[in-house]
Design a protein around this ligand. Structure first.
Ligand code: PMP
Length: 295
């Protein structure tokens, strides 16, 4: 994914030039992985300007992630939302990808260091054909990863911390090496968990299934939106334990995430899903994009 520079960043309450967002090589966040972040999208709405989609939910999760690792985050959700709007305007952005990060700062060594302040930054970049493209995606191939998600009690998988993405990186690299577009990891006990950066949905006989929180997933905000859409449409929805073989028996499978939105899965481990028209997935995409673009 291309990184597209914009003119301004927001850092600790100020709008600064893009180049003023450096951190020191010995920042605690770099040494020990103590940094938390979000991935958010803004959409150009039917009424004109950009609107941050589910911004409140994302910044609430950022607070939860920061709290989990005792990172001070002295900006309220409202303040962070206002900062994001300001940044979008300063950078002249419409459809955009927004990346807030809270980094444990430079100044102390050792994993148990305590901080009075953290370094809080927000970046916003355009979403276009090269970078964070939005819209219906082509079906992808996935393979089950040999890497498992961390078991409960190892680290908080529900917090969106940089360190969690070491697992995602291994899943992504292995998938690519094996010729797949993405990988789905299993939980410690062999149940379907999630892909490198998205949640998994299975459609079978008109019923929608997705792994429950106990399967080592990050409970995605897109996942929540999709669950509400499915319920609104009167579909039966089960958040449950899913075995690997349910993926081989699926009518449709799709992945959800803020960046990826809703992506149809064409095959798992080389086994094609039954419905290659992806009717339910396409209908879900339409409803999802309608919501994103509603003002
Ligand atoms: N799981 C992981 C590991 C992710 O990185 C993401 C992307 N944030 C998701 C699921 C989907 O979360 P969301 O819908 O909130 O973007």
């Amino acid at each position: 994914m291309a990184l597209v520079e914009t003119e301004y960043v927001w850092r600790n309450g100020k709008v600064l030039k893009w180049g003023d967002a450096q951190v020191h090589g010995l920042a605690h966040g770099l040494q020990y992985g103590v940094s938390v972040f979000e991935g958010i999208r803004a959409y150009t709405t039917i009424s004109g300007g950009p609107r941050v989609f589910k911004g409140r939910e994302h910044f609430e999760r950022l607070h939860f992630s920061a709290r989990s690792y005792r990172l001070p985050l002295p900006y309220t959700v409202d303040a962070l939302l206002a900062a994001t709007d300001e940044l979008l305007e300063k950078n002249g952005l419409g459809d955009a990808y927004i990346r807030p990060v809270v980094v444990a700062p430079y100044g102390q060594m050792g994993p148990g260091a305590q901080f009075d302040v953290a370094d809080v930054m927000i970046f916003a970049m355009p979403s276009n054909a090269e970078s964070y493209p939005s819209g219906p995606k082509q079906p992808i191939s996935v393979g089950i990863s040999s890497w498992r998600r961390p078991p409960p009690g190892t680290l908080p998988v529900g917090a969106k911390a940089s360190g969690n993405y070491l697992s995602s990186r291994l899943i992504a690299l292995e998938a690519r090496q094996n010729g797949y577009d993405d990988g789905i990891a299993l939980s410690h006990d062999g149940l379907v968990s999630e892909a490198q950066a998205s949640n998994v949905f299975v459609v079978k006989d008109g019923i929608v299934y997705t792994p429950s929180a106990s399967s080592g997933i990050l409970e995605g905000i897109t996942r929540d939106v999709v669950l509400s859409i499915a319920q609104d449409e009167g579909l039966k929805v089960h958040e449950t334990a899913l075995s690997r073989e349910t993926l081989y028996d699926a009518d449709e499978i799709f992945l959800t995430g803020t960046a990826s939105e809703i992506v149809p899965v064409g095959s798992v481990d080389g086994i094609s899903v039954v419905n290659q028209k992806f009717d339910r997935t396409r209908a879900m995409q339409t409803r999802y994009f309608d919501l994103c673009k509603m003002s």
